[in-house]
Design a protein around this ligand. Structure first.
Ligand code: FAD
Length: 438
C-alpha cells in the first residue's frame, strides 16, 4: 500500500515521516527542486535567510513543541523575544497593548481611555457584537489602540479591506488583553503578552530549513522533487498522479499543496466548486534579505505599521537568532512585504524592491546604504490565507468536494487555514492518528 503525498513542505514531510514510522510506504511529490515550501532557507556567502520570511519555533501545543525541539536537538538556540513596533520614530514594546508606556503621553492617554471604554461596553453588554475584523479590533482594543496600531498594521499585512474580513479566526489567536495588564503597561509597570512566544527556538545552523531536514531524514529516499503534480485521476481503487512526464501510482493520496493547485489537477470539478475555490483569497510575499557590515539593533523583529515608511510590514534581524546566521563581523536583516497577486509589488523588479526597502531602513535609521554588503529578493506566491467574509462557506464547499473524491487536505494552503508550523504538525499528527490504511 503506497500513499502519495502531494507537496513536500513542512506538512508533507511530517506526514511522510509519521506514516513511515507506522510502517507505511510513502512517496512525497514536490514541485520545487528542494523541499521545505515556506520553510526553505537560503544559504549563501556565509549568510542564512529564511526564504518565506522570518520563522521561529514556538507553540502552546506542548506535544508539537517537544517534537520540533527534539528535531533540532543539538542545533538549537534559545532566544528571548525582543520584539518592537516602530511608532512615530521610536520603538514600542510588542504586543502594542503591553508597550503603552513607550508611547507619547497623548497617545498613551488616547489608547488607555478608549480601551477602558471598550472594556466597559464589553462587560456591560452594550457593545454590538463585531461582524467583521475591523469591528472586532475596535470592540476588543478600543479606538486608541485600533487607530494607532491595529488598523494600520493589519491593513498593511492583509492588503484587504478589514471590514470585508471575517472575525471568526481571531478569537484565541489574538486574545483580549487583561485590563490590569493594559493599565499597568500604560503607567510603566512591565507586563508580557503572548507569553507562549516570549522564549523561542531557532536552529543554530541552517535556518528554519534545518527543521525540515531533520523531519525528512528517515524518508529522504522517498521524496521526488521537481515533480509538479498536474493531474490526479482514479485508477480502480487507487490513484494515478502525473506531472505530465511521469506517472506515480498510489493506493491513497494526501494533498498538502495549495487547494487551488489540487483542483486544477482534477477533471470534472463542478462549476460551483471551482467558483468557491477561485473565491478563496490569499496573499503573496516578497522577502528582501540584506547582509550588513557591523551590527544591527538587538531586536528580534519589528512591525512597521506606518504606510509612509514604505511597503515592508515586518523587518526581522536573523543575526540575533543565531550567531551563525552571518559571517563574523556582519549582521543581517530580512524585510517582508505582503502583496496581492498581480498588484504593483508583483510588477516591481528585484532592484526596485531592494531600493524600496533600503529607503525604509534609512528612514527608520536602522542602517545606511553604505553598510549593505549583500542583498537578495525572494518571492512566495502563497504566504497568508486571507479570511474574507465568504471564506467559511467557500472552504466548506471545497473541502466537502475533495473529501467526496477521497482526497484529504492537510496543511496551510490545503486546508486553507492560518496554520503556523505547529498547526501544520498538529494536523499531520491528528491525520495519521485517525487514518490508518487497513
Ligand atoms: C511570513 C511568514 C512567516 C512565518 N513565520 C512563522 C513562524 O515564525 N513560526 C511558525 O510556526 N510558522 C510561521 N509561518 C507559517 C509556516 O511557514 C507554515 O505554517 C508552514 O510552512 C506551512 O507548511 P505547508 O507544508 O503546509 O505549506 P507549504 O510550505 O506552502 O508547502 C506546500 C508545498 O507544496 C508544493 N507544491 C505546490 N504546488 C505543487 C504541485 N502542483 N505539485 C507538487 N508540489 C506542489 C510547494 O512547492 C510547497 O513545497 C510563517 C509564514 C509566513 C508566510
Amino acid at each position: 500500500m503506497t500513499t502519495a503525498i502531494l507537496g513536500g513542505g513542512l506538512t508533507g514531510l511530517t506526514l511522510a515521516r509519521l506514516l513511515h514510522e507506522k510502517g507505511e510506504d510513502v512517496i512525497v511529490l514536490e514541485a520545487a527542486d528542494k523541499c521545505g515550501g515556506l520553510c526553505r532557507s537560503l544559504a549563501v556567502d556565509g549568510y542564512t535567510f529564511d526564504m518565506g520570511g522570518s520563522h521561529i519555533i514556538f507553540s502552546r501545543d506542548t506535544e508539537v513543541l517537544a517534537f520540533m525541539r527534539r528535531m533540532i536537538a543539538g542545533n538549537e538556540q534559545r532566544n528571548n523575544r525582543n520584539t518592537k513596533i516602530f511608532y512615530k520614530g521610536g520603538y514600542v514594546k510588542y504586543p502594542f497593548e503591553n508597550g503603552l508606556s513607550d508611547l507619547p503621553p497623548e497617545d498613551r492617554f488616547f489608547c488607555i481611555s478608549e480601551f477602558i471604554k471598550a472594556q466597559i461596553a464589553f462587560e456591560t453588554g452594550s457593545a454590538r457584537h463585531p461582524e467583521n475584523f475591523r469591528d472586532w479590533i475596535y470592540f476588543t482594543f478600543g479606538k486608541g489602540i485600533a487607530e494607532c496600531y491595529m488598523v494600520p498594521y493589519n491593513e498593511k499585512i492583509w492588503k484587504y479591506p478589514l471590514e470585508r474580513m471575517s472575525a471568526h479566526w481571531v478569537e484565541g489567536r489574538i486574545p483580549r488583553p487583561p485590563v490590569e495588564d493594559v493599565i499597568k503597561s500604560a503607567i510603566g509597570i512591565p507586563t508580557e503578552g503572548y507569553t507562549h512566544q516570549a522564549v523561542f527556538s531557532y536552529p543554530l545552523n541552517g535556518g528554519i530549513e534545518a527543521l525540515i531536514h531533520a523531519i525528512a531524514e528517515p524518508v529522504k529516499g522517498k521524496i521526488r522533487t521537481a515533480f509538479t503534480v498536474q493531474s490526479v485521476r482514479r485508477d480502480g481503487k487507487g490513484f494515478i498522479v502525473s506531472d505530465g512526464k511521469m506517472e506515480v501510482r498510489a493506493d491513497r493520496i494526501i494533498s498538502t499543496m495549495p487547494v487551488q493547485h489540487l483542483l486544477s489537477c482534477l477533471e470534472d470539478v463542478p462549476e460551483h466548486v471551482r467558483r468557491a475555490c477561485d473565491s478563496l483569497v490569499c496573499n503573496s510575499l516578497v522577502t528582501v534579505a540584506f547582509g550588513i557590515t557591523g551590527k544591527v539593533p538587538d531586536i528580534s523583529w519589528l512591525y512597521v505599521p506606518d504606510p509612509r515608511l514604505g511597503k515592508a510590514n515586518r523587518i526581522s534581524f536573523p543575526s540575533t537568532y543565531s550567531p551563525y546566521a552571518t559571517p563574523p563581523g556582519f549582521s543581517s536583516i530580512l524585510a517582508e512585504i505582503t502583496h496581492q497577486p498581480g498588484d504593483e509589488v508583483s510588477a516591481m523588479s528585484d532592484d526596485e524592491l531592494v531600493r524600496e526597502v533600503t529607503a525604509t531602513l534609512e528612514a527608520m535609521k536602522i542602517v545606511t546604504r553604505d553598510r549593505i554588503a549583500f542583498s537578495r529578493v525572494m518571492r512566495q506566491p502563497f504566504a497568508y490565507v486571507v479570511y474574507d467574509l465568504d471564506y467559511q462557506e467557500n472552504i466548506r464547499v471545497v473541502t466537502e468536494y475533495c473529501t467526496s473524491r477521497d482526497i484529504p487536505l492537510v496543511g496551510r494552503f490545503a486546508q486553507f487555514e492560518y496554520l503556523n508550523m505547529d498547526g501544520c504538525i498538529r494536523s499531520a499528527i491528528d491525520f495519521v492518528r485517525t487514518h490508518t490504511i487497513q
